[in-house]
Each structure stands twice: as C-alpha cells, then as structure tokens.
Design a protein around this ligand. Structure first.
Ligand code: NAD
Length: 466
C-alpha cells in the first residue's frame, strides 16, 4: 500500500486536522482493512439537510449524537432554532434531536457513517447536474476519518456512486475504499407531505461495496426504518432500482396526460375513463396532472443521458418527459377554449390560480409546472393571480407577471379559476359556495383534482376537470 508519509494507522490526528475543502496530501499507511463501526451506536453525519436529510438526522440522533452539515447558512441557522422550512420534521422533533447543525465540513471528522443527501438536479438543457454531488464528495473526502462508511442517498443513474463519487473520495482523502473506508448506496424513498408514510414506514433498499458492508447498512438503517430493509445485489442495482421507480411513475402519468388530451377532443372525460378502467384487477391507477418537483420530473433525464452514453435513445423515457412538459400548456389552452366557448377572449381576463407548489400539501415549489402554465397565460395577455398559503417561495421559479396574493379575496373579482392541486387548506376553506363569490356566473373553473365535481358546480361555472 503506498505511503506518502510514514504515519501509522493508530491515531488519526494529522488527517483529522485537514482543512475542509483541501486535498489531503498525507496518505496513511494502510494494511489490514479497518473494522466497520458498530452500526447500533455509531455516530452519523448527514450532508444535505433538506427533505431527505432532515428526517434521517432526527432518526439517527436517537442512538447517538448526530452531525448535520449543509452549505446553506440560513437553513442551518433555522435548524438551530428548531425551524424546518420543508415541514417534514416538527419543531419538537428538532428540539428532541441530539444533533449538531453546522456549515463546517470539518465536523465530519467525528462521524463513523456519512450519509449524502444533496440535490441531483438537471441544468437548463435537462442534462444531469452532478455538481452538488461532486462538491459534497470533495468535501467528504477532505474531511472524513479512516474507517468511515460513506453512503449516498441522492437519486442518480447507475454507476454514479462508484464511477463519479468514489474516485473523488479516494483522491481527496488519500484513502482506499474497502480498506480504509467503505462505500454504500441507499436510495431515499420518502414521500414528502405524506403523513402516513414517513421514513420509518418505508422499506429501504441498501447496498454496500461488499456483502459485509451491505450487512452493516442493514443494521445501521434498522435504527430508523421499521418497515424493513431490502439488500440489493450491489450498488448499481440499488441506484437503478430507485431511478426505475420514479421513471415508471413519470411514464405512466405521461400516458394519462396524453390520453387526457385525446379523450378531451373526443368529448370523453379522462377521470370517467380511469374510474371505469380501474374496475379491472390489473389496471394501474394513475391520474393526469402536472408532474413537477425535483424527483419524478428530473430523474428520467438522468436515464436519458445514461442511454446516450450507451448508444441508446431511451425513446419511451424521453417521450414521457416530453408529454409531461406539455401538460401546463394543455391546461392554459383549455382555459382559452372555455372562454372561446362563451365567445370571449383570454386576453385581459383576470385568472385566479389556486396552488403553485408542485404537490398537494407540500410547500416545495421547485420545478412546479404551475409556473409554466401561469407564464403562458400571462404571455397570452391574462392577468394572473396565484394563491397558495403553504407554498415556500425561497427562490425564483417563474410566474412572470403573476401576482402572488395572500388571500383569494385580495385580487377582487376574477373571470376564471384554475385549481391545480387539492391542498387540504383548499378543501377545508374554499368550498364551492366560496368560489362562486369570486367569479361571475358562467366563469370557467378548471379543477385538476376534481374537488368541486358535482351537479351544483354547473349552476355557476363553465366547469372542466380531466
Ligand atoms: N424530496 C424528495 O421527495 C426525495 C425523495 C427521494 C429522493 N430524493 C433525492 O434525494 C436527494 C436530496 O433531495 P432533497 O429533496 O432532500 O433536496 P433538498 O434540496 O431539499 O436538500 C438538499 C440540501 O443539500 C444542501 N447541499 C447542497 N450541496 C451541498 C454540499 N456540497 N454540501 C452540503 N450540503 C449541500 C442544500 O443546501 C440543501 O439544503 C436528491 O437526489 C433527490 O432526488 C428526494
């Protein structure tokens, strides 16, 4: 084993003091593989404290003090004050968690297991953007201690962990995987805003660089997952399984969206069709909708890119993405059509859009297709107002010209309403009677979730639902 400097394995002092973000030039003498930490009590660090990372750190801190690291200083500050902007963990969870939140990557020195939960977005051309993952790997490589187990949880195309991240870990640390540290992958399957399926209720896939590491991961994650663990054949299989799950969903919703458009032209309502087809035992229940967020609407692009590298065009996956990207325009054009059916034009009309987060009861607005729809409506000359009391607006997503309002009554009277999501707050506070006070008789109401479907809705509205 090569030695750049004669340091012995006992005592990690020199390595631990490596400044964060710098390449560690000191190589430790490696010999026998280091022993894995005790999975029941080992100290866990979580890198990336978002929707995925926060529930993990809260769970792992029950057995030993955990370390949470994020590059977003504001977020770290909020967490120190027990405030989770994602709404995934409560203030009480954070107050109870025996966890240290920091932006200082050196804190990883103390961790026996480091779980990586950073974003895996696409760039403006829908190509994978690995930069957060690679930056996190550099930071971990520069700061991890010998004997640590590094587990990636971010959703990636198969091969990313071993071919892209591992070389960085080894280069930055001067350590060797399988001898000085260990590698694993365990895809996250949490379902944000779903109170019935939390981290501990969802079976988790684990895969290590060797069967021994996989065993370790099974024991480690059993600290936080009660629904059971699934040991995958290897890291690539685990990566491939997660991205398959999300792509399957995207492609199936695309089929519903495409048929929604066709059936609509035929005067057939997609929801009636789905209800009828669902009466067969093997029909898979999906419904049309705008596919946003940074998972389902993003992950298939990683597969399309992987296909290109292997000389495959991934036509079905790419087509699914392309169909789903069109849905916001279909809805905007539907509104135009409803106005035209009354011999009216969309231009100049005041349109109230209810909902702008990408998912029901979830504050996340990232990649929400509602912005695309609102941009299009605005470009056609409509005055667009958006009301979504739970959306977290911490970045610019789009919505040119859209006025965000804090109360649906703030914008005065409207000419049309589009309900994009069935947030609980809408169901509880905006009943049909309330909506009728916002628009004149005959006004279009597009109801993506069928919340207002029923005989009475036609008394006041020109109603459409998929
Ligand atoms: N949100 C979900 O529902 C969900 C479900 C399953 C899997 N995933 C996957 O998990 C991963 C994380 O998703 P998320 O929703 O938690 O993302 P998120 O954006 O909510 O959180 C990621 C956090 O990582 C931080 N970060 C970015 N670069 C960093 C770095 N170099 N070092 C330290 N922190 C860094 C960000 O500041 C952010 O706080 C993604 O790959 C996503 O596809 C997400």
């Amino acid at each position: 084993m090569d030695t750049l400097q004669d340091t012995t394995v006992s005592g990690y002092g020199a390595f631990n003091n490596a400044p964060s973000g710098t390449k560690n030039a000191i190589r430790l003498v490696t010999g026998e593989p280091t022993t894995l930490p005790d999975p029941a009590t080992c100290r866990v660090a979580v890198v990336g404290l978002g929707y995925v990372g926060l529930p993990l750190i809260c769970g792992f801190s029950a057995a030993s003090r955990s370390i949470g690291i994020d590059i977003d200083a504001n977020k770290v500050d909020e967490l120190k004050h027990n405030n989770d902007r994602t709404g995934e963990v409560t203030a009480a969870d954070l107050a109870e968690a025996d966890a240290e939140f920091t932006t200082d990557a050196c804190a990883m020195n103390d961790a026996d297991a480091i779980l990586v939960c950073v974003p895996t977005p696409v760039n403006s051309r829908n190509r994978p953007d690995y930069s957060p993952l690679l930056a996190a790997s550099r930071s971990i490589g520069a700061n991890m201690k010998r004997g640590a187990v590094i587990v990636y949880e971010s959703t990636v195309d198969p091969g990313t962990t071993e071919d892209k991240c591992l070389p960085i870990l080894e280069e930055m640390s001067g350590l060797k995987e399988g001898i000085d540290f260990y590698l694993g992958y365990s895809p996250e399957r949490i379902n944000p805003a779903d109170p019935t399926r939390k981290l501990s209720d969802i079976k988790k896939i684990v895969a290590g660089s060797s069967p021994v590491v996989t065993d370790f991961l099974e024991q480690l994650y059993s600290r936080v997952v009660k629904a059971g663990l699934f040991p995958a054949a290897n890291i690539r299989v685990a990566e491939a399984a997660k991205i398959l799950e999300n792509t399957q969903r995207d492609v199936n919703i695309a089929l519903m969206n495409e048929l929604m458009a066709l059936y609509d032209k035929m005067g057939i309502r997609a929801s009636d069709v789905i209800a009828a087809a669902s009466s067969k035992w093997n029909f898979h229940h999906y419904r049309p909708g705008m596919v946003g967020g940074h998972c389902i609407a993003v992950d298939p692009y990683y597969l399309v890119d992987a296909g290109r590298r292997h000389g495959l065009s991934m036509e079905l996956v790419a087509a699914g993405r392309s169909v789903n990207e069109q849905t916001p325009f279909f809805l905007a054009e539907k509104l135009e059509e409803l106005f035209e059916s009354k011999k009216l034009r969309l231009a100049g009309k005041r349109v109230l859009v209810l909902g702008r987060s990408f998912k029901e009861d979830c504050p996340d607005t990232r990649n929400s297709k509602t912005y695309k729809m609102m941009d299009y409506l605005w470009a056609q000359g409509a005055e667009v107002y958006n009301f979504d009391p739970i959306a977290e607006d911490d970045h610019f997503e789009g919505g040119r010209g859209t006025e965000i309002i804090d109360d649906p009554f703030d914008g005065g009277a409207y000419h049309a309403i589009i309900v994009t999501l069935g947030h609980r707050v809408f169901r509880e506070q905006l009943d049909l009677q309330t909506l009728t006070t916002l628009v004149p008789k005959g006004a279009p109401l597009i109801d993506m979730r069928g919340m207002y479907d029923g005989e009475e809705v036609h008394d006041h509205f020109t109603y459409w639902r998929p």
